[in-house]
Design a protein. Sequence first.
Length: 449
Amino acid sequence: MPTTTLPTATTLDTARLLLGVLLPTIAKGPIVRRPWAVRLTARLDLDTRAVDIVRRVHARYPEGPLMLKLPVRKQAMVLAPGDVDTVLAQSPEPFSPASSEKRAALSHFQPANVLVSRGPVRTVRRALQEQVLDTAHPVHRLADRFVPVVEEEMQHLMCAAARSGTLPWGEFLDAWYRVVRRVVFGDHARDDKDLTAMMIRLRKGGNWAFLRPVRKDTRRRFLQRVNEELANAEPGSLAAVLAAAPKGDGAEPAEQLPQWLFAFDPAGMATFRALTVLATHPQAMAAARREVDGDTSGRRVLPYLRACVLEALRLWPTTPMILRQTTRPVEWPAGVMPADCGVLVYAPYFHRDDRHLRGAHDFSPERWLTDEEDGWPLVPFSDGPVVCPGKQLVLLLTSATLASLVGGHDLRVAEGQALDPERPLPGTMDNYSVTLAVAPRAERAAAAS
Ligand code: HEM
C-alpha cells in the first residue's frame, strides 16, 4: 500500500470551504429547513458562490480526493467525477453512510435507522426498506390506492386555490402532508397534524446534532405512536406493508418508518419548485400538459413529469451533501485516505458544472430522458448500493401531484422569486416565499364556453 497521504488543502483553502460551502449549507438546516436561512442564502446567492469556491479549490488540487486541514477531525472532499463513482459504488464498505455527524443528527428521531446502521443489521434494514418501498419497481404495488389519494387531496387544494386565486407554499405543504400521512399510515391519519408536528420538533433537534440533547419525552411518545400504528396498521398503507413484511434479526421496523415522514418533506419541496418552474417556463409547461392530456396510465407512468422533479432536484438538490465515513484506510492513486475519515460529496458542484453539462443552469427535463449524461454524477437520490430506496415511490407520487396541479389550472408566480426562462436559474430557490396565482385552464374554459 502506498504511504503517501492525499493532497491536503492549506489552512486558507480549508477556511474557504468551511465558511463558503459548509456553513451556508448547514445554516439552511440539514434535517429540517430554516426558511429565514433559505431566504438569506437566496438573497446573497450563497449557493452559486459555494460552487465557484469549490471550482477554484479543485483547480488548485486536481489530484485525488482533497483532505481538509482540520484540528479535530479527518475530513476529505471528493472533487473528481470518477472519485464520486468510486465512493458511491463502494458504499457501505469501506465508505459507510453512517458518518458521525449523521448518527448524531438522526439520534434525535431514528437512531437505529438503516441510514446510520453498520454491519449485518444494515443489510437486514436495507432489505426491509427495499421490500416495503418497492425500490426496484417504478410503480409501487399500492399505486392504485396512492394515486387516487394524491388526486383527491390536490383537487381539494386546487378548488380552494381557484376560489382565492392564489396558492401559497404553506397551503401546498398542508395538502402534501395530508397525502404523506394517508400514504404512510392510511386515511385515519389524514388530519393528524400532531404526528407531523411531533416529528418536526424532533427533527429540529436533529439540525443541532450533538449540540442539543435529544428530546427524550417527545421521542418516547413518537415511537409509541409509531408502534401503535404498526400494531393496527390500516390496509393499503405503507405501515401495513411494513407490518406484514418478513423481517430479519435486528430489523427494528419502528425505527425505519420515521425516515419516510422525514424524507417526504424534500419531495414536497421539489414538487413545488418544479411547479414554480413550470409556471414560468411555457415550453416545459406545454410539454407537461401534452403528457398529462395524453396519459393512458392513470398517472402511474409520466416520464416527463418525473424528469421535471429530477431536474428540480438537480438544480436545487435537497441532499446537497452526501456524507460517508471510511471504515478502514482506503488506497487511492494519489495516496491513502485514513480510517474514520469523513468523506463529502458536494452534489451542487457536479449538478451545476457548466464546463461539462449542457444548459447547467437551465431547466431541461429532457436530459433525464436520454443517456447523454450517463457517467456524470447527477446524484439527487445518490447512487450505488445506498441509493435512496424511496426514489421510485417519490417520483410516482410527485409526478402524479404535478399532473393534478397543471392539468386543469393556469399558474403564474404572484409573489416571490421570479424565474426567467431566458436567464440562468438561481443557485437557491426560495420556495417559502412563493405564492402562485391560480385560474382555471384557459384552453379548457374557452372550449367549454
Ligand atoms: C425528494 C425526495 C428524496 C430525496 C431527494 C432523497 C434522497 C436521498 C439520499 C440522497 C439519500 C442518501 C443516500 C446516501 O447517503 O448515499 C437517501 C437515503 C434514503 N432515503 Fe431518500 N430521498 C427522498 C425521499 C425519500 C422517501 C420519501 C423515502 C421513503 C418513503 C426515502 C427513503 C430513504 C431511505 C430509507 C434512505 C436510507 C438508505 C440507506 O441508508 O441505505 N427517501 N435519500
